[in-house]
Ligand binder design. Structure first.
Ligand code: GLY
Length: 426
């Protein structure tokens, strides 16, 4: 079976690795891929936003299944184009992807279907937005409505700060078209949780729970990032809470999508805020989370190709989604300076480490994120460079990932020191 995975991060390396574990015979391509996917797939130098190029490649090479990692190709309608050309693709269509690519669409959708979310207004010009924030109690959350690579959300403490943020978005155009509409919402304090399900448009299945470490610094301090690590299961999430999320968020959202004429096929990732007994939706993503997926997929026991096909063929209810009963952890090794400025092109040395291995009680796997392979050597090629993952029953999994992190070297290597501390490393 010929499979094309689109994307170039740790998430895509983990997806390729999960596909590789299938019993089916596969020939895997990754566009554009990274240094890690180069080891187990054929990297194809086509960018994730070049939908025409990807489609030509898939048609010419008779690709049987395409799996989309990131949100950009989905927001550009890759699923619509591939489906229209008679190709099988895993990922929601363009209209469904508005849930992530337009914060305004998502908020209006939540309001329409009575799914709890913070109070909000949306604006298309600086003056109206400024007048609004002047009379609002702070803190407030200010969001660029369009895609902004995780950088489009600000928490503002006062009207002066809000004015500056709005000025930079509307007048400074720091997010270009993505900032043409701005959503301003009430700030809700609570604990944040990401929750993913997979849907075929008719039924859905939850993935195991996970926790993402969003901030750059230990103890969740400093700038927001794409994610500096993840653990599964999420130690704060009880079965009761999962049931409540399904009943009050996931099921009404999938029903609402149906009413909007959208058959939702793919991963739905809900970013939630839990405050007392209330569950608020902060955002939706229409794809696998990164780095949560790396920690989740190393625990997947059932065949991931069958999962993708069952979604495409709308028979997910017959697919047995099975995860093992381990705990898992994913530690992100980043380039110093991330999420702001950082260098790339730095040589990575791993002192002979294998990309995967096992001890008596645990297994580990290293996924590449921002890396490039040149003449059998690896170089940094992004802010988040490597993802070191391990699974097992106890605290040793955190020791393993931190031991491996010690062995890998590149200039200005950085990682948080508290990933998994909550429960796997008390
Ligand atoms: N880890 C957060 C995200 O994938 O959006």
């Amino acid at each position: 079976m010929k499979i094309l995975v689109i994307g170039s991060g740790g998430r895509e390396n983990a997806i390729v690795s999960a596909i590789k574990k299938s019993k089916k015979e596969t020939e895997i391509y990754c566009a554009p891929g990274n240094g890690g996917t180069a080891e187990i797939a054929v990297n194809v130098p086509i960018k994730q936003d070049d939908i025409k190029g990807l489609l030509s490649f898939a048609l010419e090479n008779k690709i049987d299944l395409t799996v989309v990692g990131p949100e950009i190709p989905l927001s550009l309608g890759i699923a619509d184009e591939f489906t229209a050309a008679g190709l099988q693709i895993f990922g929601p269509d363009k209209k469904a992807s508005l849930l992530e690519s337009s914060k305004k669409f998502a908020k209006d959708f939540l309001r329409k279907y009575n799914i709890k979310t913070a109070g909000y207004e949306s604006f298309i010009n600086f003056q109206d937005a400024e007048n609004f924030v002047k009379q609002k109690k702070h803190p407030l959350v200010i969001k660029a409505s369009g895609l902004a690579a995780g950088k489009g959300v600000f928490i503002s403490e006062n009207a002066e700060e809000s004015k500056k943020i709005l000025d930079s978005i509307f007048n400074g155009k720091i997010f270009g078209k993505s900032g043409e509409t701005v959503v301003i919402e009430d700030y809700i304090e609570g604990f944040e949780l990401s929750y993913m399900i997979v849907s075929d448009g008719a039924s859905y299945k939850p993935l195991i729970t996970s926790m993402d470490y969003k901030k750059i610094g230990d103890g969740d301090t400093g700038e927001n990032t794409g994610g500096m690590g993840a653990v599964t299961p999420n130690p704060y999430v009880s079965e009761n809470l999962v049931n409540k999320i399904n009943k009050t968020v996931i099921e009404p959202a999938l029903e609402g999508l149906k009413k909007e004429g959208i058959k939702y096929k793919g991963i739905l990732y809900a970013g939630l805020m839990i405050k007392g007994d209330e569950i608020y939706v902060l955002e939706f993503n229409v794809r696998f989370g990164d780095p949560e997926t790396q920690a989740i997929l190393i625990r997947l026991e059932s065949d991931i190709i069958d999962l993708f096909l069952s979604v495409i063929n709308e028979n997910l209810k017959d697919y047995k989604l099975i995860f093992d009963d381990n705990k898992s952890i994913c530690l992100v090794l980043a380039s110093g300076g991330y999420p702001k400025d950082y260098k790339t092109g730095l040589e990575i040395s791993s002192n002979g480490l294998q990309n995967s291995g096992r001890t008596e009680t645990a297994e580990y796997e290293i996924f590449h994120a921002g890396t490039k392979k040149i003449n059998e050597k690896y170089f940094t090629d992004g802010g988040r460079v490597l993802n070191i993952c391990a699974k097992g029953k106890g605290t040793e999994i955190a020791d393993i990932v931190y031991d491996i992190a010690e062995k890998i070297n590149f200039e200005n290597k950085y990682c948080r020191k508290d990933i998994g501390k909550i429960y796997v490393r008390p």
